[in-house]
Design a protein around this ligand. Structure first.
Ligand SMILES: [Zn+2]
Length: 427
């Protein structure tokens, strides 16, 4: 039983107890977007002056009674009394690991004007606890409110799951995910199996700055697959909604939820799935696990950098790498040193990329063809593939490997990796 391995748990899944410094951080957020994983599906997010709590559950057991049922092997980092002022609570469905009467009551007592965003059919349950401002919503419904003088849109989005709270109310209320749109966009998927809806969510509400996506509770697959995604599917959700930054939830907290996977497997499995996805998709962004109670800010690119990023393309050459290398030489395409020095940001990225290539070269043995650590950069480049571009001032990086034929899949994989590792936005 996990509970006997306190030392291992403290090492593998440390819980950062919310101290005075942390409370102050939550009270006066300095970063545009910050969050704290409270445990399992309970997630606190702060952005654009807004504080939202998702699926608040704080008791030891997520069960109708506190004597039996799934219990925590990792404690909560804080209690409701420690939280900053909560503007809104979003609830994904009424399962006990997502909705708890005690938390709802305590939140309602502390913050009378919380806005409760809940799935259709659960509104009357909240009214039982005297909650005001309960917005019961169905899939694809939106609600625009003013919070702190700013407009915020709460959007109820589909998920593939189910609901039940008592022996007789199975499927009688809805389950859902939530998109919250202010200046930035946050997506909370709720519990879900994998289905085609995520692409639609991405098209409708993307780009998404931060997502909270479940990765645990997936084994055995024959039983869990329709209701809970596994890390590999979570990675697909992240990609399909177009999330820049995703945080893994729904793992590492409760024992006895009915799934069989080892408690650390979701994390390892996610790391692997992310590593693989990054090779294929250079726009992957980040999908991370975080520690309980750790207040984390997500790195936001400044507007200037963002514009610059949009203009930079890394092309993995589709035509023979070898011949293009020579073609470039023949056409005496000058490495535009003067151009690079004019643009410091770009120059930095080129240096970064070249260093990466050097680093990779040093790890290859003498029988493996090496990559040239000379990066070709061309400005105002237009080719057939980009003819529709109206903006002529983007830059086209071409990575090439000296003497390697493009059918060499290993070489292509490495090239993609280089671009990914250099963290250059590319497509
Ligand atoms: Zn759940």
């Amino acid at each position: 039983m996990f509970i006997n391995f306190q030392e291992e748990l403290n090492r593998e899944l440390p819980v950062h107890k919310l101290d005075e410094e942390g409370k102050e951080k939550l009270k006066n957020p300095k970063d545009p977007i910050q969050f704290m994983w409270i445990g399992h599906a309970t997630f606190l997010v702060q952005f654009d002056g807004l504080t939202v709590l998702a699926d608040p559950v704080f008791l030891y057991r997520c069960s109708p009674v506190q004597i039996v049922g799934p219990y925590r092997y990792r404690p909560t980092p804080c209690e409701i009394k420690d939280l900053p002022k909560i503007d809104a609570v979003i609830v994904s469905h009424n399962h006990y690991d997502h909705l708890e009467h005690d938390a709802v009551q305590k939140l309602n007592n502390r913050f009378k004007d919380i806005k409760w965003y809940v799935p259709e059919g659960t509104g009357s349950w909240f009214q039982k606890y005297d909650c005001n401002n309960v917005k019961e919503m169905t899939w694809w419904k939106e609600d625009v409110v003013k919070i702190g003088g700013k407009e915020v849109k709460f959007c109820c989005v589909p998920a593939q799951h189910w609901s039940q709270r008592t022996p007789t109310d199975a499927m009688k209320s809805l389950w859902c995910g939530w998109v919250i749109k202010s200046k930035h966009t946050f997506y909370y998927s709720g519990d879900t199996g994998y289905c085609p809806v995520f692409k639609t969510i991405g098209e409708k509400y993307g780009p998404i700055d931060l997502s909270a996506i479940p990765i645990g509770c997936y084994a055995p697959r024959y039983f869990m697959k329709p209701q809970h995604i596994n890390p590999e599917e979570a990675v697909k959700v992240h990609t399909e909604v177009g999330s820049k930054y995703s945080i893994a939830i729904h793992w590492g907290t409760f024992n006895g939820l009915g799934s069989h996977e080892h408690y650390l497997e979701p994390k390892k499995y996610l790391d692997e799935a992310v590593r693989e996805a990054k090779v294929d998709n250079m726009n992957f962004g980040e999908f991370l696990t975080v520690e309980h109670g750790k207040i984390t800010a997500i790195p936001i690119k400044s507007k200037k950098t963002l514009q610059r990023m949009v203009k930079i393309k890394v092309t993995i050459l589709e035509t023979p790498v070898y011949s293009i290398y020579h073609w470039n030489k023949r056409k005496h395409h000058k490495t535009p040193d003067n151009f690079i020095t004019q643009d410091k940001e770009l120059a930095e990225q080129v240096v970064q990329l070249n260093n990466k290539i050097k680093e990779i070269n040093s790890t290859l043995n003498s029988h493996t063809p090496k990559f040239s650590n000379d990066l070709q950069v061309r400005s105002k480049y237009k080719n057939g593939a980009h003819r529709t571009e109206t903006n002529r001032s983007y830059y086209n990086f071409q990575l090439y490997a000296d003497g390697i034929h493009p059918t060499n899949l290993l070489a292509r994989t490495w090239l993609k990796k280089i671009a990914t590792q250099a963290q250059i936005d590319c497509w």
